[in-house]
Design a protein around this ligand. Structure first.
Ligand code: GTP
Ligand code: MG
Length: 198
C-alpha cells in the first residue's frame, strides 16, 4: 500500500466528536500494552504517528487516523488493564462499547493479542462479541519477534483453542519491530476495503 497521507484526524471520547461517516473504518481492539498503537505506526510506516508507551494505558481516547483520504484506522483504548481504578476501567469500557455498538461505517474490528500469552477472559469476551456482530474475527498475534519462529505454531494453537477459532488463517503472527507478515495483513485489509492491491 502506498501511503501518501497518514494523519491523526480526530480524537474522541463520544459520538458527537467522531469524524464524519464518509470513510470506512477498521478498528483495533486489544488489551492495554498489546501493541495496537505500534501496529498502526508500523503498518503505515510512521514512527510516532500513534503514541505508544511501555506503560499500559497510553491510549485513553479513540484516535482516528485518516489514510490517503480513503479509509481510517481507529486506535481504541486498551481493555483489561488491571492497574487502573474501577471508574477508569468502566469509563474506557464505555468509550469502546459505544463506538463499536454505534459506528455505521465500521467495516471491521481487528483483535490484537500478545503471541506469547494465552488470551485472557477479556480477550475471549471481545472475540465472542466480534463474532456475534458478524465481524470476521481476524486476530493479530503481536510481538512475534519476542519468540523463536519454531515456537509460532504452538503459541498460535493456544490462541486458537482459547478463542475457539476454527480457521487458522485468521490468526496472523506480527511484529511491529520486524514487520513479519505485513503483506498478509495488508492483503486482509484490501479484502475488507474491497480494494485491489497497490
Ligand atoms: P495501550 O495504548 O495502553 O492500550 O497500549 P497499546 O496496545 O497501544 O500498546 P503500544 O503500541 O503502546 O505498545 C506497548 C509496548 O509494547 C511499547 O513499549 C512498544 O514498543 C512495545 N511493542 C509493541 N509492539 C511490539 C512488537 O511487535 N515487538 C516488540 N518487541 N515490542 C512491541
Ligand atoms: Mg495505544
Amino acid at each position: 500500500m502506498r501511503i501518501i497521507k497518514a494523519e491523526l484526524e480526530r480524537i474522541a471520547v463520544k459520538p458527537s466528536q467522531y469524524p464524519n461517516v464518509n470513510l470506512p473504518e477498521i478498528a483495533f481492539a486489544g488489551r492495554s500494552n498489546v501493541g495496537k498503537s505500534s501496529f498502526i505506526n508500523s503498518l503505515v510506516n510512521r514512527k510516532s504517528l500513534a503514541r505508544t508507551s511501555g506503560k499500559p494505558g497510553k491510549t485513553r481516547t479513540i484516535n482516528f487516523y485518516n489514510i490517503n483520504d480513503e479509509f481510517r484506522l481507529v486506535d481504541l483504548p486498551g481493555y483489561g488493564y488491571a492497574k487502573v481504578s474501577k471508574e477508569e476501567k468502566e469509563k474506557w469500557g464505555y468509550i469502546i462499547e459505544e463506538y463499536l455498538n454505534s459506528r455505521e461505517n465500521l467495516v471491521e474490528v481487528i483483535q490484537l493479542v500478545d503471541i506469547r500469552h494465552s488470551p485472557t477472559e477479556a480477550d475471549v469476551m471481545m472475540h465472542n462479541w466480534l463474532k456475534v456482530y458478524g465481524f470476521k474475527g481476524i486476530v493479530i498475534a503481536t510481538k512475534a519477534d519476542k519468540i523463536n519462529k519454531n515456537k509460532y505454531s504452538a503459541h498460535i494453537k493456544t490462541i486458537k483453542n482459547k478463542l475457539e477459532i476454527e480457521d487458522l488463517s485468521l490468526i496472523i503472527p506480527y511484529s511491529s519491530t520486524n514487520k513479519i507478515n505485513i503483506d498478509k495483513v495488508w492483503d486482509e485489509f484490501y479484502k475488507i476495503l474491497n480494494k485491489k492491491e497497490q
